[in-house]
Design a protein around this ligand. Sequence first.
Ligand code: ARG
Length: 514
Amino acid sequence: MERLPEILLTDVEKDSLSHPEQIRCTAVTPEKSGEKETIIIDYGGANVAKPLHVGHLRAAVIGESIKRIKRFAGDEVIGDVHLGDWGLQMGLIITELHERKPELCYFDEAYDGDYPTEPPFTIAELEEIYPTASGKSKEDEAYKNAAMQATKELQQGRRGYQAILKHIMDVSVTDLKKNYDALGVSFDLWKGESDADPYIPDMVEKMKADGFAYESEGALVVDVSEPTDTKEIPPCMILKSDGAALYDTTDLATLIWREQDYHPDEVIYVVDKRQELHFIQCFRCAKKTGITPLDTKLIFIGFGTMNGKDGKPFKTRDGGVMRLEHLISDIGDKMYDKIMENGTMDEAEAREVSRKVGLSALKYGDLSNQASKDYVFDVERFTSFEGNTGPYILYTMVRIKSILKKYEEAGGSLSADMGSSILPPADESQHTLFNILMRFNAAMRGAYEENAPHRICAYIYELSNAFNHFYHETRILAETDEKRKLSYISTLRLTLMILEQCIDLLGFEAPERM
Ligand code: ARG
């Protein structure tokens, strides 16, 4: 892609709209004023051995976009998946595996040879083992205790259990990567809760020695309440009475390696807003105990729930948890049917196009809402080519591409300097369009400062509407005044460039036609 033009007009006076020379298109990326920051974004949170489900969709989609926005502004950004790989779920899997295959060498404490390199389960088995174990543990006290014991032994380093964990990770991470890939989401770091484990013993000792951690009802805790609190903030739980690590523990110890390895200026967590209290506790504890420097910003971006049309958390038709890959393929199929109806594409192209358009429907449907709000997942609405949807934005872009292509086919060149070839607006539709084009920088700055991809959606929706209005009002290729025609073409190129940049920041792309 060509580099984005910086539009040097930020505070446009109405009058200046008649001076298009003020739209300068220089090949630079908007520079952020001030220092570039190092930012870690924690936006995966998938739990190994469990398939990605729609609950992880929002973290991935919103986090990916915020990562791209920060990078675009010039920050150094590191995305971390922060897998859930260290809790009771591991003990549950080990326990269930033990029930099924007690003969495996992993369970023989006397065994001191090498463990097999082949995992003792496939991804499909793994995904069945976990819910089965989880169900059993809720009904059977002894089973649950066994799972807790296994968790503890794993965390204390039992060799055979560590080997099982490694298998679980290998099998599961391969599958997770495939799924995040399909979503256009990527991470720089594939760390997990378990990577925090080596830092826990020293952290606990130091918290005790510094007088922050104390025993309460057998557990080790750190007070984090503050005199100005209007509601009670319970203490941070550092260790359970049996010495096992908790969710607070791994998040705190994770901040240790994040500080040690990256000295971030900011750590951003994109997590379900129902976890807010947990993060308030951890952030306070990290600052209080000196794990994180006081001037490091710890930011929690809590997102709302994705609901079904019934207003309840989104489920499959039979009430189960919808797997992310099914959601993606369902939307793709829907788009495929629509595209095949138009009948202009062969099957392979239609598949590829529907994948892109489907992803735009899914991501835009999510990102166009303010993250903290719940929203209704409405496939019909999200996949519509009309209204405030991803496909509508792509449709606008494809329309521009097709005009530019026709222009080129008729001998026109797309190399004119955009800034100097754009003439003053000749009517109200051009006036409005120019006005919006010139707000690009302001929109980007707003999205950056507020960590708000929805600001980009609002901007491109307005831009697309203004463009389509201009398109209906104007005979572009039929224009006989060559200078004016060139001005239109430059306006089209500028609009397309801005839209391309914006959808890239949202994490999806446009096909050539649809
Ligand atoms: N694995 C967690 C869950 O599924 C989310 C992790 C979010 N990130 C974090 N650093 N706690 O609820």
